[in-house]
Design a protein around this ligand. Structure first.
Ligand code: PFF
Length: 455
């Protein structure tokens, strides 16, 4: 087998994983999910999920990937020969392809907003007009399709350049810039007339609003935002060097990712209330609200341009990591050439991405469980497949893998002193799988049936 590439620097490891984690999940999905589920209570449960489920499962993925330096399928075959846990790699391939499909549609919207920013036509409108600009984009099948395809084309080109050069260079350069820009925007939003209302909505939880839908939504959002449960971070960790500190890297990734999501909320919610938008608007929320913010800032043209350029790249660094799951599997397990695997991944995403893009217009009437195709792809992958993957990953590392290997990985062969080793192993073994299972049971309504038995 040929020598696999490794990330060149310690920063490269973190930057590429953060590049995967930080993307539309933080800036587009987090604010709209929080908005739809009442704000503060959702955000509190979300943060709890990041700490109790997110970090332990990131560590679990890192342990499997780094201990074997192999893709998910071979890694599990190596660690537990003959084990059924190999199915994890199928969850990864199905979930990553579903996510890539609807994600590319949203990234296509970003690309069109970038284009509108360049031509200056995103400037100087009323809130009502911004809402119409977005509706006319998603309502037009050709426009949505073309932008989705352009985005997938960009993703394809970057992938063809290979792992180290493509991913590492882009992530290293742009992530810090995006972070700085978000800080500037959040300061601007805090100065808006109804900033306090927005902050109250985010940070004063009303726990009477907690519902099964909200809890599973917060868990799904945590997995989605951290790129977790679908062996993406496992694949990245297979390129880590033996010196990468796993626990510290996992914590930094979760922390940075959560900071970006919270910053996005601090940007969006004061603006939602100040510009008279509805927090419950759903997927269109940020597209309707953000242009209002840029427009009232001095130098709005420049800010919107910078923002959409950076968000475009943040989306690409996320989609490359989704594609990488698919490509690594087919090149390493099925001897496919990298070129062929990249083509196959792109073609599948074009087919399903088209269905997702068309579900806002010509296929709008096709609904299953009251969801259009786009929402269904999103719901099934984020709220079901990723937590199910996370459950299996935690069980695998906590119960199946050799404890000695787990400890060696956590401590880099005894060279690191990991103070929280016991609590971390406890979370991987008990807390994370139990919490995921309980949330699923809560959603299925099992608790209600049990309650009914006693009343
Ligand atoms: N974490 C990414 C985001 O928040 O935008 C989305 C994502 C990337 C999900 C990679 C899954 C994945 F494998």
């Amino acid at each position: 087998m040929s020598e696999r590439a490794q990330f060149a620097t310690k920063m490269g490891v973190i930057a590429a994983s953060v590049g995967s984690a930080v993307g539309l999940g933080n800036i587009w999905r987090f604010p709209y999910e929080a908005g739809m589920h009442g704000g503060g209570a959702f955000i509190s449960i979300y943060i709890l999920c990041v700490i109790l489920l997110g970090i332990p499962v990131i560590i679990a993925e890192f342990i499997i990937g780094r201990s074997t330096h192999k893709n998910a399928n071979s890694a599990i075959k190596t660690l537990a020969p003959g084990s059924k846990f190999r199915f994890l790699s199928y969850i990864g391939i199905i979930a990553s392809t579903m996510i890539l499909s609807f994600y590319s549609v949203v990234a296509g919207w970003i690309a069109e907003y970038l284009f509108l920013s360049i031509t200056g036509s995103l400037n100087g409108h009323t809130p009502q007009e911004y809402s119409e600009i977005f509706s006319s984009l998603v309502g037009n099948p050709w426009r949505s399709l073309i932008w989705t395809y352009l985005f997938l084309g960009a993703n394809f080109l970057i992938l063809r350049k290979g792992i180290q050069k493509g991913i590492e260079r882009i992530s290293n350069l742009l992530m810090p810039l995006l972070f700085i820009l978000l800080i500037v925007f959040s300061i601007n939003s805090l100065l808006l007339p109804k900033a306090t209302e927005g902050l109250k909505f985010m940070f004063m939880p009303d726990f009477s609003q907690v519902s099964p839908g909200m809890v599973v939504g917060a868990m799904g959002q945590a997995f989605f935002s951290l790129s977790l449960g679908l062996t993406c971070l496992l694949t990245y960790a297979s390129y880590f060097s033996n010196k990468t500190p796993l626990v510290r890297s996992a914590t930094i990734i979760a922390l940075l990712d959560t900071c970006v999501a919270v910053l996005a909320g601090v940007i969006i919610f004061p603006a939602v209330f100040s510009f008279g938008a509805e927090p419950t608007a759903g997927p269109k929320l940020v597209f309707e609200v953000l242009p209002n913010i840029f427009q009232q800032m001095p130098g709005g043209y420049f800010w919107s341009l910078a923002f959409f350029v950076l968000l475009f790249f943040a989306s690409v660094t996320s989609t490359i990591s989704m594609s990488e799951i698919f490509i690594t599997f087919f090149t390493e397990e099925h001897n496919m050439s990298r070129k062929k695997a990249t083509w196959l991944n792109t073609i599948i995403a074009i087919v399903f991405g088209s269905l997702c893009a068309l579900s806002f217009n010509v296929l709008g009437d096709i609904k299953l469980f009251d969801k259009n195709i786009f929402d269904l792809f999103d719901y099934v992958s984020s709220n079901i497949l990723l937590p199910a993957g996370g459950f299996l990953l935690a069980i695998f590392v906590g119960w199946i893998m050799d404890k000695k290997v787990v400890k060696e990985q956590l401590t880099n062969n005894g060279t690191l002193n990991v103070k929280l080793m016991k609590p971390i192993i406890f979370c991987i073994k008990y807390i994370a799988p139990a919490a995921i299972a309980l949330i699923f049971l809560y959603v299925i309504g099992l608790f209600k049936h049990i309650e009914a038995l006693f009343i």
